[in-house]
Ligand binder design. Sequence first.
Ligand SMILES: Nc1ncnc2c1ncn2[C@@H]1O[C@H](COP(=O)(O)OP(=O)(O)OP(=O)(O)O)[C@@H](O)[C@H]1O
Length: 450
Amino acid sequence: MSQEVGQDTTGFETDASAGPTSDVMVEVEDLKTYYDDGGLLSNTPVKAVDGVTFDIRRGETLGLVGESGCGKTTLGRTLLQLEEATAGEIRFDDTDVTKLDGDEIQTWRKNAQIVFQDPDSSLNDRMTIGEIVREPLDVHDWETSRARRQRVKELLDTVGLQREHYYRYPHQFSGGQRQRISIARTLALEPDFVVLDEPVSALDVSVQAEIINLLEDLQNEFGLTYLFIAHDLSVVRHLCDRVAVMYLGNIMEIGPTEELFTNPANPYTHALLSAIPRPDPTVERNRIMLHGTPPNPRYPPSGCPFSTRCPARIRPEEYRGLDDALWTRLITLRGLINERKRAELSIRERVKSKLGGSTRFGTVEEIYDELFGDLKVPSSVQPVLDEIATHLRGRDEDGALAVFDEEFGGVCERESPDYQTVSETGQQTLCHRHTGDYESPETVLDRRHG
Ligand SMILES: Nc1ncnc2c1ncn2[C@@H]1O[C@H](COP(=O)(O)OP(=O)(O)OP(=O)(O)O)[C@@H](O)[C@H]1O
């Protein structure tokens, strides 16, 4: 975590050592990165990053968290122009880097570097450590050959390696030492901004703390700004000034770390944090179980990106008083229908079903019995369930979903939410529940899962 952090007049945390021009180093606006694989499905790209807006302040560490596949790496790589942005702007100190041409990018990239999760894939085993760390200096034709050699030796000192290591090869080093080599290489051109893409995930737990400490020391020594991509929320809590929570290509919540961990706003953040193992397993906790898996980023849902799994989804007026247990089972049913729909695309499942074999989803009767057998289903809900069942028996998952959403859907499925600021420190969340027209996610989650 950066050390020199103060408060500006707006109450935002600021870096007291920031340059005179602005506290903001990177401004990202409505950024989209879509992957078009050029195949049969090329008309429907993977929306890996689907319209994110945020900034990164000079000297801070911004954490980027979220389930696997939510777009963290793509976002990090797009900021560095290692992936081409499909739309939107990325302004580094007021230069929109998405507009730079090849040579300009090459020059600009000195300022912005990346450390990868797996040092093995980024270190060429046939090059000596000296050659590896020196390579960026050679590419940018930095000073003289002698000065480069000297710089590499200093960098080896800086990251806690020895100068004699210059002539050794990567395979002679441990995982932690190899990550130190990649960090030295990253620092060679004195960047201001570094994307750390899961830099300790591949390392033994005992080594992780050493590398984290090194990254903190380097940040303080060189005034670096970090985007820290991670799965491990405890590391994020320790290291980051602010955190952005990603889901299906969107930033669902962003805010100061402690505030986000102790007072999460977005239902997705609630769910993510509730899954962190507690130090004392005897203490009861209310884990929020998310149903199903995230939607395919090629086909994100309409409305809120989290609507298909949200445990605090807003119900239509007429169902607000419905028993919470029944509502939860209805949401589970929707998840199951979605899974069946995806399985429809699986040839194996289709063949099995055609041959009359049982599929892993069981019959509609079995599903209904499992979900609703022990609950009293009111007469307003039963006819809808019957209609859904008819569609399911005919293997018409789309029809079943349409009936479901028409009856039980609401604003979350219909409208994209806007960012709402929920604290004086600038914590922002993408959720209809924060517009003031509805109960807060916390109230609803306490009632439904408390
Ligand atoms: N080069 C690519 N071509 C097509 N799709 C891609 C490509 N790279 C990533 N994707 C897809 O984009 C989505 C986001 O992937 P990304 O790697 O950015 O997520 P992530 O959050 O970093 O995941 P992880 O934590 O597993 O690294 C995923 O659905 C992934 O399959």
